[in-house]
Design a protein around this ligand. Structure first.
Ligand code: DSN
Length: 445
């Protein structure tokens, strides 16, 4: 057969370069984490060759015995990890999961409410750029003057518009989400509550953020962000899994089964489901809980250090893994800040912030996350170094336009060197061939 390097050196070189980049950059992308090597390996398993529509025991193709066992295992582990009574592990992403939930519970034109995109919501929470904002009467709620969810206004909006569904969850919100308060508001008009915990699923699993599973009617999440799983999504339900759907009869769990297959997806991705099963097991290990603890402590420390250095930290701090800063406070757009940091080996993404006047590709903010810093074994004491490096780059960057800038080559070299040192001191567990730990796949054994 030969190795990938022999058979496809062009592709192998790209994959090797990616491993080098991940090892040698300080990634503070809030939506990213490093999958355990066993998760990566299982995601490439020969199970991927199986085509089997349907669910375990009710497939539309033969030869799915092993896949049935694997999917049952993934469902069992997901339920156990989140204390859920229902789990669907087939969604190809959380966006797919959210759209499946919307399609199952709403008719085109029905009303739902989600956090606005500029306030930190996700595309599938009703943005006009997504089908979620086009097929439904999607309305937004927002934040109060302190940058926290404006529950008073939300309550008013709900009474005024009487939505069929309310979405709680965000892509850029650094504070604890009060799911119980969302549920109380949804109940005032008999609306369903969907909690999207994509960004905080690891903290929820480890007990560092309140769980919505028994509070919301349905909970969705990505499996690759904080859960460290493969690219994919998950739908969960707790004590409301038998609550009736919009027809007043069909239980939500049965509706969700149909909502994913056949209503919105065809064949599932068997190897991804196996990798989810593996990731759920990893997330149940004590080491995952310790990382979750560090994620929160690090984010708090990073926010405090950045504030002390004069940066405007949105909401004044954080309760989760995320720190949002207003880069216009130091005269930089989000995209300039992102590019200048990347040049120095630090990855963090531009983000729109409340009241942003810059276009989405430019923005006025930067979103930082501590998932990977904690996975590297860094603790809060290291956040002083990280904040100092961020500050050095941001304060040393001279904007020329909203998208162009000048940096001092000596400063870039200095920061890059320190980033390399930090990364070497806190290595990742990616020590593989082209990022694929072939010894763990067991091909041909
Ligand atoms: N939702 C995007 C993010 O938060 O970065 C990607 O999943």
């Amino acid at each position: 057969m030969g190795s990938l390097h022999t058979r496809d050196p062009e592709l192998a070189a790209m994959l090797d370069a990616e491993v080098r980049q991940q090892n040698s950059t300080l990634a503070m992308i809030a939506s990213a984490s490093i999958a355990d090597p066993s998760v990566l390996a299982v995601g490439g398993a020969a199970l991927s060759n199986v085509t089997a529509e349907g669910y375990p025991g009710a497939r539309y193709h033969p030869g799915a015995q092993q896949f049935d066992q694997v999917e049952d295992l993934a469902v069992r582990r997901a339920k156990q990890l989140f204390g859920a009574q229902y789990a669907n592990v087939q969604p190809h992403s959380c966006s797919s999961a959210n759209l499946a939930v919307l399609a199952a519970l709403l008719k085109p034109g029905d009303t739902f409410l989600g956090l606005g995109l500029d306030a930190g919501g996700h595309l599938t929470h009703g943005s006009r750029a997504s089908v979620s904002g086009r097929h439904y009467n999607a309305l937004s709620y927002g934040l109060d003057a302190s940058g926290r969810i404006d529950f008073d206004r939300l309550g008013d909006l709900v009474l005024e518009h009487r939505p069929q569904l309310l979405i709680a969850g965000a892509s850029a919100y650094p504070r604890t989400v009060d799911f119980a308060r969302f549920r109380a508001i949804a109940d005032t008009v008999g609306a369903y509550l969907l909690a999207d915990i994509s960004h905080i699923a690891g903290l929820v699993a480890a007990g560092y953020h309140p769980s919505p599973v028994d509070v919301a009617h349905l909970t969705t999440t990505s499996t690759y962000k904080q859960l460290g799983g493969p690219r994919g999504g998950l739908i969960l339900s707790g004590q409301d899994h038998m609550a009736p759907g919009p027809d007043g009869r069909t239980p939500l769990s049965r509706l969700m089964q149909r909502a994913v297959f056949p209503q919105s997806q065809g064949t599932p991705s068997p190897a991804s489901i196996a990798a989810k099963a593996r990731a759920f097991a990893v997330a149940a290990e004590p080491a995952f809980g310790e990382t979750a603890r560090l994620i929160v402590l690090n984010a708090r420390a990073l926010a405090a250090e950045l504030s002390a250095l004069g940066h405007r930290v949105l909401t004044g701090g954080t309760d989760n893994h995320m720190v949002l800063i207003d880069t216009m406070n130091v005269g930089l757009t989000g995209v300039v800040a992102e590019r200048a940091l990347e040049e120095c080996g630090i990855l963090a993404n531009r983000n729109r912030i409340p009241g942003d006047t810059k276009p989405p590709l430019v923005t006025s903010g930067l979103r930082l996350g501590t998932n990977i810093l904690a996975q590297r074994g860094m603790g809060p004491e290291r956040m002083r170094d990280c904040a100092r490096l961020l500050h050095t780059v941001l304060s040393g960057t001279r904007p020329r336009t909203d998208t162009e800038y000048l940096t001092d080559p000596a400063l870039v070299a200095l920061v890059r060197e320190e980033v390399r040192w930090l990364c070497a001191r806190h290595p990742l567990s990616i020590d593989t061939t082209a990022g694929v730990p072939v010894d763990l796949i067991g091909v041909g054994t």
